[in-house]
Design a protein around this ligand. Structure first.
Ligand code: VGL
Ligand code: ZN
Length: 225
């Protein structure tokens, strides 16, 4: 994907975070009260499992890094998960388009290895009813109410897959009035049709999302290109 030509914001490395001071030049967007990290569907079935998203494992350390940043500032972390019944409408056996994935309570539905869901992360389950697809983390969940109650105004969104659940979640968030920062180095696309991911990124930017580059947060993240 080619992000470089796209407009983007930069994540601020505010004083008092775990970041070394030499990265402070990147400061543009300062994490503040009212900000939340939203990690979308980083689950085993999407990371080398039954519905593998290419290079999905690469987002895990990147998101870990963001999560530690948010935690160190006392800011909330939300982790969404696809949490389907065994006969979900989106599965091929039911006439859907996907292989069986993320069946509630099975190992494939667990958060991916290496993603430390601290006790402070709020888990949001979606796609839980048999007859409805729910790509968006706002679809059929109480995420919006929870965020509002917590006074959250800005969402920093990463995870899987760029062209499905990340796209749908970002679209809904913008529609609901949140400011959305898309974490460019912490998303990966299914890219069933080549270019789907890039198209989804362009769509999110057009709708008002702002792109953040992980390497501006921490040069070590560049390796994950
Ligand atoms: C997703 C396909 C099917 C996603 C969920 O998390 O992007 N993709 N279910
Ligand atoms: Zn699903």
């Amino acid at each position: 994907m080619h992000y470089r030509a796209l407009p983007h914001a930069r994540l601020a490395l505010a004083q008092g975070t775990s970041f070394p001071p030499e990265y402070a030049w990147a400061m543009d967007v300062t994490l503040q009260s009212g900000d939340a990290l939203v990690i979308v569907d980083v689950q085993r079935d999407f990371v080398g499992g039954s519905l593998p998203v290419p290079n999905a494992e690469q987002v895990v350390p990147t998101l870990e890094h963001y999560a530690s940043c948010f935690r160190s500032k006392g800011l909330p972390v939300f982790a969404t998960r696809d949490w389907h019944p065994a006969d979900h409408v989106s599965f091929r056996e039911q006439g859907g388009i996907w292989p069986v994935h993320c069946v509630a309570g099975t190992p494939g539905a667990e958060f991916a290895q290496g993603l430390s869901m601290g006790s402070d992360a709020t888990v949001v389950s979606k796609g839980t009813s048999r007859d409805a697809e729910a790509y968006s983390a706002f679809d059929g969940t109480d995420l919006d109410a929870t965020l509002r109650r917590a006074g959250i105004r800005r969402l920093f969104v990463g995870g899987l897959a760029t062209d499905y659940c990340v796209l749908a979640t970002v679209r809904d968030a913008l529609e609901k009035g949140y400011r959305v920062f898309l974490l460019a180095d912490a998303i990966r696309a299914a890219d069933i049709k080549p270019g789907d991911g890039a198209f989804a990124v362009r769509t999110m930017l057009r709708l008002g999302a702002e792109l953040l580059h992980g390497q501006e947060v921490d040069p070590r993240l560049q390796a994950h290109g």
